[in-house]
Design a protein. Structure first.
Length: 204
């Protein structure tokens, strides 16, 4: 319930600013809020924002990545100051999850490179941020990895969302033309000329 309420509130915030020149920055602010909530799916909000202003998809992706990286960096600092004991007590379900096991293994082996890859994919980021925070990875490297990963992912998402309406219209137009051609052939094929029909009856 809380997640849907937060998501709808963030969506309304985007709708109110869709015609503003500062709309990409508003998307960045929404990205911060969604990231800090650790529950609202920002990918859905990003796609909606691009559909509201498809020609600005590059700026939207850029500001979204900056906002998401900033929000993730704040979470990193929070987890960093919590420490192992309080982190396990506060998030018992996360530290017992498969995503936590994967994140700890990857970050132990590859460090911030693994964090960049996780940020650039649809994999859960929160467990990796938690482990990065309590492992005391360098803050500057963490922030840079988060931003690069988020930028790569959001550019792909934004491009796909910007192209989707155009592709859907083109596909619909092709289907309508194909259907019209089929109907035209069906109409002309079911009504043969009267002379040929009479001739076929006589030959029987």
């Amino acid at each position: 319930m809380l997640r849907s309420t937060l998501e709808s509130g963030l969506m309304r915030a985007l709708l109110r600013r869709a015609d503003s020149r500062a709309f990409p920055m508003a998307v960045g602010a929404v990205a911060v809020a969604a990231t800090l909530s650790m529950s609202a799916p920002f990918a859905t909000l990003l796609a909606a924002a691009v559909l509201m202003a498809p020609r600005r998809w590059r700026a939207i992706a850029l500001w979204a990545s900056l906002g998401a990286a900033f929000g993730a960096a704040l979470l990193y600092l929070v987890f960093h100051h919590l420490g192992w004991a309080r982190l396990f007590a506060a998030y018992p379900d996360v530290v017992r999850s498969a995503a936590w096991a994967d994140a700890t293994r990857w970050l132990s082996a590859y460090g911030v490179v693994a964090l960049l890859v996780i940020a650039a994919t649809p994999l859960p980021l929160t467990p990796a941020l938690m482990f990065a925070g309590i492992s005391r990875l360098p803050v500057a490297e963490v922030v840079l990895a988060l931003w690069i990963g988020k930028l790569a992912k959001y550019l792909v998402y934004a491009w796909l969302a910007a192209r989707f309406p155009e592709r859907a219209l083109q596909r619909g137009q092709r289907q309508a033309e194909a259907l019209g051609a089929l109907l035209a052939r069906a109409v002309t094929g079911t009504r043969p000329p009267r002379d040929s029909a009479a001739a076929s009856v006589e030959t029987r």
